[in-house]
Design a protein around this ligand. Structure first.
Ligand code: LLP
Length: 442
């Protein structure tokens, strides 16, 4: 691999449209990153529209081939903007939202409220009212207090609301502790083994305006192994069978959540959607056959894997430092304010000299962010060629949970975002300005 040029070595991590010009500049969606940097500045987040669309199509094709009628709700927390919602609507994706903010942007982008699922363990009364008012398709109820509140709100409005119950099945997703959600000791969902999930169902079935369509699980993120889905589904299948026996309740819908992985580094490949679809479908079919349950409509909720590969973060080199017998640092003009993931989860990434995509790297370098913390390191010990000041560095697989978790730390300006396709670059969010920083101050 070390003898490969970056454009070949990073093929699986870069957007589908990635190429290199004869003189070595990274091309995304037919646009030269040098020109994008000149026009929009850096740090710049570049999304390849074709990759997003192709990923959506793969998901629907793969899941529907196993389970006709399967639906996909993109998890907006990975990145949301009206421009993205437009694309998702065209690709027949719905949305999962977790706040009034996400709901607001989803609606502003033109998403049909019926295609929205509202999640979260801390929905406020105001958020639930907003969701009811907007007419969201489903509210995924997380806990007893929310269930009681929703019962009250729907009674006083005398309007029916479809809900799913989020269940924590007690399954280890084998991922980072901070993003594991299916264990018994989780802040999310009704715990299954303790009987709380059953009690919630009984209560929900009693609520005159709540229509329980089925159950939801989300085990964690990202799940490079698919077996935890099968384990979670087997557990929920058993639960669904017991609920049918004991309460005559039959599920109509089921969601195995999101969590499908993303290839961040060339040495750790994520399974393709076809494999998730095959194993998840097999587990659901098995559960239904074993327990004599009707096949539910299945809703999947991928976030990271839909937009992650499409996004590339583009930075400029602002300083370099060689510490003899220790380390070479290259500092870029962004960092933890636009990508908190390495600091928060020790996430690993690739990096490439975006103007030297045909040059075999000769140095081992650490790409540091510009923020005032030693932990602000974007990529440790990555192979890069020698770099000039002002040269561009691209970090691929940057489309998910980076812009979504961005901050104004050190009062950094939030980066601009462009969508590229067929040689066109469309600015979908302008860069923040210094004056924007003062807008909320009274
Ligand atoms: N559904 C539910 C209920 C979720 O909580 C999540 C993610 C998803 C779906 C989508 O999961 P995905 O397909 O994107 O893996 N900030 C972390 C990830 C947190 C994920 C939270 N929930 C990160 O940067 O890795």
């Amino acid at each position: 691999m070390t003898h490969q040029t970056p454009i070949d070595a990073l093929r699986d991590v870069m957007p589908l449209s990635a190429a290199a010009s004869d003189d070595g500049a990274l091309q995304l969606g037919g646009c030269d990153v040098r020109e994008l940097a000149r026009e929009f500045g850096t740090p710049l987040y570049i999304y390849d529209e074709h990759t997003i669309r192709q990923t959506c199509r793969d998901y629907l094709r793969d899941f529907r081939s196993q389970m006709p009628g399967a639906r996909a709700h993109y998890a907006s927390k990975a990145w949301l903007s009206p421009a993205l919602v437009n694309v998702l609507v065209e690709e027949e994706f719905g949305l999962d939202v977790v706040s009034a903010g996400e709901l607001h942007v989803a609606l502003a982008g033109g998403m049909d409220p019926e295609q929205i699922g509202f999640h979260g363990n801390g929905k406020t009364p105001a958020e639930l009212e907003y969701a009811l008012e907007a007419g969201v398709g489903r509210i995924i109820v997380d806990n007893d207090d929310e269930l009681a509140l929703l019962d009250d709100l729907t009674r006083s409005r005398a309007t029916e609301q479809r809900i799913m119950l989020r269940i924590t099945p007690g399954v280890d997703a084998q991922t980072h502790a901070k993003t594991t959600t299916g264990l018994r000791d989780s802040k999310f969902g009704f715990p299954l083994p303790s009987g709380q999930a059953e009690a919630a169902l009984v209560r929900a079935l009693d609520a005159p305006f709540l229509d329980v369509t089925g159950f939801h699980i989300h085990l964690g993120s990202p799940l490079f192994k698919i077996q935890p889905y099968a384990d979670g589904i087997a557990t929920i299948g058993e639960f669904a069978a017991e609920m049918k026996q004991r309460h005559g309740y039959e599920w109509r819908e089921f969601s195995p959540g999101g969590g499908m992985a993303l290839t961040y580094t060339a040495d750790h490949t994520a399974p393709v959607s076809e494999r998730y679809a095959a194993q998840i479908a097999e587990a659901i079919h098995t559960a239904c056959d074993t327990h004599g349950l009707p096949m539910p409509d299945v809703h999947i909720e991928p976030g990271r894997s839909v937009v992650g590969r499409a996004g590339v973060a583009l930075y400029s080199v602002v300083s370099r430092k060689h510490i003899p017998e220790t380390r070479d640092y290259v500092t870029v003009d962004g960092g933890m304010a636009d990508n908190i993931r390495p600091a928060m989860y020790d996430s690993r990434y690739e990096a490439a000299a975006a103007e030297q995509m045909h040059t075999v790297p000769s140095l081992t370098v650490t790409v540091a962010g510009k923020f005032c913390e030693s932990g602000d390191v974007l990529v440790r010990d990555v192979r890069l060629p020698s770099l000039q000041l002002g040269e561009l560095i691209a970090i691929p697989a940057s489309g998910a949970y980076q812009i979504a978790m961005e901050s104004n730390y050190n009062l950094a300006l939030r980066p601009a975002i462009v969508m590229v396709q067929d040689g066109d670059a469309r600015l979908v969010r302008r860069r923040q300005t210094l004056d924007d920083l003062l807008h909320l101050e009274l």
